[in-house]
Design a protein around this ligand. Structure first.
Ligand code: 1GP
Length: 250
């Protein structure tokens, strides 16, 4: 479990990670070449691949093209069991703990378990929490589960705590791709204080200043997709902001 160990080491040192989310539906070979070049130059820590609604059947090719171009670890972020490819390095094994849709809590995992195990991917058990992003997002609609209200820090805290005690190795709070309102620093701070496992934050983050503040509030990893799809040159500024958060002296 090389990737999870690197996450833990970063967390211990207080070093923040930056992950660029690539939606396989929205990239061409040329776009992948551009993104991987920019990501390598900007020292992006991880590339996440996936989305709530992936309709392409070229996931294998997308991941192979990324791997051909760069050494940045590729972590799958699947919206469904069909979004799994053995060419990636790791898999966020997501259970939607903010919702009460049994299929996304455990049902789909049971169906895909033999296939996932056979893939030999590094499996990172992840408590996935969707937070209300101000308007319905693809994830809130597709998951058929109510997101946690944006101002209910206590619900987020208790959900994250429960996920951690159930043995989940990562908590990922997501306002949803393209969220109007990203997760508040106050919620990030409260959740970060109450759990020990790494905390991933994403959804609607469009400016480096917000990414920086999220890290200061306690996020260990920031995921950005939409804003980079619109303007790939943002990778550089985002990476600089996230990596400029002072790390703990150990
Ligand atoms: C979505 O957290 C990710 O699942 C990233 O969101 O596309 O809004 O950056 P954005």
């Amino acid at each position: 479990n090389r990737i999870y160990q690197s996450l833990l080491q970063h967390k211990e040192k207080g070093q923040k990670s930056f992950a660029v989310l690539i939606d396989p539906d929205k990239v061409t070979v040329e776009k992948i070449d551009e993104l991987t070049a920019l990501a390598t130059e900007a020292r992006v820590d991880y590339l996440l691949v996936g989305g709530s609604l992936v309709v392409t059947n070229s996931l294998d090719e997308v991941v192979q093209q990324i791997k051909k171009n760069c050494d940045i670890p590729v972590i799958l972020f699947p919206g469904s069991p069909s979004q799994i490819t053995p060419y990636a390095d790791a898999l966020l094994y997501l259970s939607l703990i903010s919702g009460r849709n049994a299929e996304l809590l455990i049902g789909q995992h049971v169906i895909s378990a033999p296939f996932v195990k056979q893939s030999r991917l590094e499996i990172i058990s992840t408590g996935y929490m969707v937070i209300d992003g101000g308007a319905p997002t693809t994830v809130s609609y597709i998951s058929n589960a109510a997101p946690i209200p944006a101002d209910k820090n206590e619900i987020a805290m208790c959900t994250a705590m429960a996920g951690e005690m159930l043995g989940m190795k990562l908590i990922y709070m997501d306002a949803g791709s393209g969220a109007k309102r990203p997760i508040t620093e106050s919620m990030i701070e409260k959740v970060a204080q109450i759990i020990e496992v790494p905390l991933v934050i994403g959804g609607g983050i469009t400016d480096p200043e917000k990414a920086y503040r999220n890290c200061k509030a306690g996020a260990d990893m920031i995921v950005i997709g939409n804003a980079i799809e619109k303007d790939a040159s943002l990778i550089k500024e985002m990476s600089a902001a996230i990596h400029s958060v002072p790390s703990r002296i150990v």
